[in-house]
Design a protein around this ligand. Structure first.
Ligand code: PEP
Length: 256
């Protein structure tokens, strides 16, 4: 059975006290080791170590929201994926739309970061997605193909463990998720595009959806055959909401 993923992106929120309360509530409610569902939380950098300690011995993984595209060197203010790994991180979100929007990150940098993350032993969660304007002008597939090809121009499909996240920019933080039909259509497109490079890899690649997922819409999204889980932003900051989303994922049809 294919593993399904639930990844919380805590963005630039939290502090020592609220992080502890949040993760302890989540930890108490999920998951059972035999489940085919993996759960991870991605706090801001300063709290990685705290979360790694709090989740030690549990089924909850920890990831970073970003990493440098270098492993070491004179890159002031950057964080190496090796450092994330040493602090107990197993994942790194790469190319999140907020980094594209506010930090000017581009497709090439996303590819280099994904490769650096893999080289450091992390699983990159590679984010792709179109803006509202790109969708409205009928360019969604062109944009997704460009982003995907840029990332896969760096990483090697055959032996790398990666997670792909479809995150339409117009759905992130807006409270308005893409419809299940749109999500399924774009996930299918992404999988087919990767299959051109490596059919077997494309079939086993987890593709998760992100963009205003909440307990009330999770079931219909997770029911889609090409949706292998969710990347959850705002709702991941609310323990009960995150737990409810987890339950919807667990109740959805496992992916063969
Ligand atoms: C995100 O930041 O990756 C995200 C999906 O945010 P939200 O769930 O708040 O739309």
């Amino acid at each position: 059975m294919k593993k399904r993923w639930l990844i919380g992106n805590w963005k630039m929120h939290g502090d020592l006290e609220s992080n502890k309360a949040l993760v302890e509530t989540i930890r108490g409610a999920l998951p059972k080791p035999e489940d085919d569902i993996a759960v991870a939380v991605c706090p801001a950098f300063p709290y990685l170590f705290q979360l790694a300690e709090l989740t030690q011995g549990t089924e909850i993984g920890v990831g970073a929201q970003n990493v440098s595209d270098h492993l070491q060197g004179a890159y002031t203010g950057e964080t190496s994926p090796l450092m994330v790994r040493e602090l107990g991180g197993r994942f790194a979100i790469i190319g999140h739309s907020e980094r594209r929007q506010y930090q000017g990150e581009n497709d090439g940098l996303m590819g280099r970061k994904a490769l650096a993350a893999i080289d450091a032993g992390l699983i990159p969660v590679i984010c792709v997605g179109e803006t509202a304007e790109e969708r409205d002008s009928g360019r969604t597939h062109e944009v997704l193909a460009r982003q995907l090809d840029a990332a896969f121009g760096y990483i090697r499909t055959a032996h790398d463990e990666i997670i792909l996240a479809y995150e339409p920019r117009w759905a992130i933080g807006t409270g308005i998720a893409a419809t299940p039909e749109i999500i399924q259509g774009e996930h299918e497109f992404l999988r087919q595009r990767i299959a051109i490079r490596d059919r077997e890899f494309a079939a086993r690649l987890p593709i998760v959806y992100g963009g205003s997922v909440k307990a009330s819409n999770a079931a219909s999204i997770f029911a889609m055959p090409d949706v292998d889980g969710g990347l959850i932003g705002s709702a991941a900051l609310n323990a009960q909401e995150f737990i409810a989303i987890y339950r919807e994922l667990a109740a959805s049809q496992p992916k063969p």
